[in-house]
Every structure is written in C-alpha cells, then in structure tokens.
Design a protein around this ligand. Sequence first.
Ligand SMILES: NC(=O)c1ccc[n+]([C@@H]2O[C@H](COP(=O)([O-])OP(=O)(O)OC[C@H]3O[C@@H](n4cnc5c(N)ncnc54)[C@H](O)[C@@H]3O)[C@@H](O)[C@H]2O)c1
Length: 330
Amino acid sequence: MSISLKNQSILVTGSAGFIGFHADQKLLDMGAVVIGIDNFNDYYDPGLKEDRNKILAKNPNFKLYRGDIEDLEFVRKTFQTEEIDKKCHLAAQAGVRYGIDHPHQFINSNIVGFNNVIDEAKNHDVNDFIYASSSSVYGGNDKFPAATTDQVDHPISLYAATKKSNELIAYTYHHLFGVNCTGLRFFTAYGPWGRPDMALFLFTDAIAKKQPIKVFNHGQMVRDFTYIDDIVMGIISSLEKSYPYEIFNLGYGQEVELEYFINCIENELDQKADKKYLPLQPGDVLKSLADIKYSTEKLEYKPTTPIEEGIKKFVDWYKDYYQEKDRNQK
Ligand SMILES: NC(=O)c1ccc[n+]([C@@H]2O[C@H](COP(=O)([O-])OP(=O)(O)OC[C@H]3O[C@@H](n4cnc5c(N)ncnc54)[C@H](O)[C@@H]3O)[C@@H](O)[C@H]2O)c1
C-alpha cells in the first residue's frame, strides 16, 4: 500500500545538502509541505548550500529552520512548533576520510544529533522515520553484491560506525516505542548540485582547470555509482510505503571501475586528466556493489540512470553553475 504525500508535512534534516535538496524538490513537486533543517556548516562551500536553499525557498510550501540538530532545545522547539507527519533524516557529517581527523564531529552530528531527532519524532508521534544510512556499513566485506542480510559488524571508518549505530538505535526505537523506521543505505550518490568533496566533483573541477587529480589505490577501485534521481525515487517510495522496520540498499546495482569513471568525465569535458596515482587511503573500501533485489521487491525501486548519462548531467550542471558564477564575479 502507498500513502499519498500530497499535503503531508515532512521534516527533512540536511535540507540544504546534496540529497536533501533533491528530495525536497521532489516532495514539493508532489504537493507535500517541507520543513527543512540545516546548519549550513562549512564542511564544504556553504555558498553551494545557500544556493540550493534559495531555490527551495521560492516555494511557499517550504520552510527552513536554520540550526543544529546537536542542539536538543532547537530540535524540541521545531517539533513543538510544527505539525509533522513524516520525518526524513539526512543531516549528518559525511566524508569517510574526514572522520580520521575529526572524530568528535561525527559522534556529535551522527549519534547525538540522530538521537535528538529520533527521540523527538517518538515524543511527537511522527508516523514514519526515514533516515540515511550508507553502503559504508559493509566495510571490508568481500561478498558482492552486498545484501542487507549480510553481516555489517566490522566498519572500517568512524563514519561507517556511526551509520551502523543509527541502524541499531532505529531498531531500538521501533522495538520500544513502535516508531516506523526505514534506513536507506545509499551507494555513492552523484548528480547535479553534487558534493564538492566527492570524486565526481573533485575530478571534474581539477580536469576542467587542467590540474592533476589524485587517483587512490592506483586506480584499483570499483564503485556502484547511483544517480541522484534514483536515490530520490527510493526515498520517496520509503516515505509512501510506511514499513514498520526495514533497511534497504539504494544503489544502481552495477560496478564501475574508477578508470572508466575518469574516462567518462574526460569525454564530457573533452580534456585529458593528469592522473597522480596514490596508495589506498585509510577508511576507503576497495569496492561497493549493491544487491537491490529486496528494494525492488518492497519499494518498487528500479534505478534507471546509467553512469554515462549521469556524468553528462553532472558535467552540464557544473559548467552552467560555475560559468555563471565566473560571469557574476567579472
Ligand atoms: N552522497 C552520498 O553518496 C551518500 C552516501 C551514503 C550516505 N549518505 C548520507 O546521506 C545523507 C545526505 O548526504 P549528502 O550527500 O546530501 O551530504 P551533504 O553534506 O550534502 O548534506 C548534509 C547536510 O546536513 C547538514 N548538517 C550536517 N550536520 C548537521 C547538524 N549537526 N545540524 C544541522 N544540519 C547538519 C549539512 O549542512 C548539509 O547541508 C547523509 O546522512 C550522508 O551520510 C550520502
């Protein structure tokens, strides 16, 4: 059974983030009321977050609460002020490598912040709690494709450990208080308005500026890159389905070699990359590949965007966005 999201009031944390922005746009298009929360932190260019937010703010059904989910009073006030039907929790400190030098930031945002939000959702009888987990919970597993039934007890980064912790906390809130919880393990989301700390952005930016790119593990890496519209489709379906307790993989279900990925970017930019080959970074996994059978069955999740098409859409956006910025600065 699917519940219509029209006129539903949905709280989206991380609303100015890459995935939050796209999910918000889709929800607003569907006639939902979106209450966004974001602290616009400077982990990456806050200007990009502000620009995403400006687009959302044009819609009268979007309302932003600017603040930090680590601040319990702020979270409480937001839940007290707004009637919330469903909750989509996307705010987190992301970035596997960043966790090595910034452990407290991960614990504060991803554990304390997560708990503040899920606890208030419980206190206010919010129907459904959908939250972002990550493919990184599969750690160094060598079984592919990775299924949600596989063991995920050996995270190899603090980021992954926080995401696995979120799944455990969600289970407890479901068990003790009957909160409907769905965790979504995103597999390397990419697309227009994408994160400047992620490979697609870093490579495109460097190649366009004729600067060298860092290719870790000497290029021997494989990722299941998932286009943002496919990720959003999975988020929307989770909000519509309202399952008591589930965890889903949201991947494309296809492995892409790093070298091929770079090749696609070079083709779109019509420019060769200057590759600097480097060893594996601590915390990075060698491969990710999602088993999406269960998500297809329960969420009717069918990703449709192949990597070549997704990269083209990203590069087109990158050129438009940054050329426009350059023009405005002149
Ligand atoms: N992008 C991916 O490939 C990917 C993969 C797996 C999981 N995820 C998860 O999906 C979610 C969204 O990721 P994204 O790529 O959009 O990242 P993002 O960094 O673009 O978005 C996160 C947003 O949350 C906000 N935020 C962070 N900490 C906050 C806090 N304490 N209080 C209020 N706001 C806060 C940030 O300002 C940001 O706008 C995250 O939970 C991330 O861990 C993303």
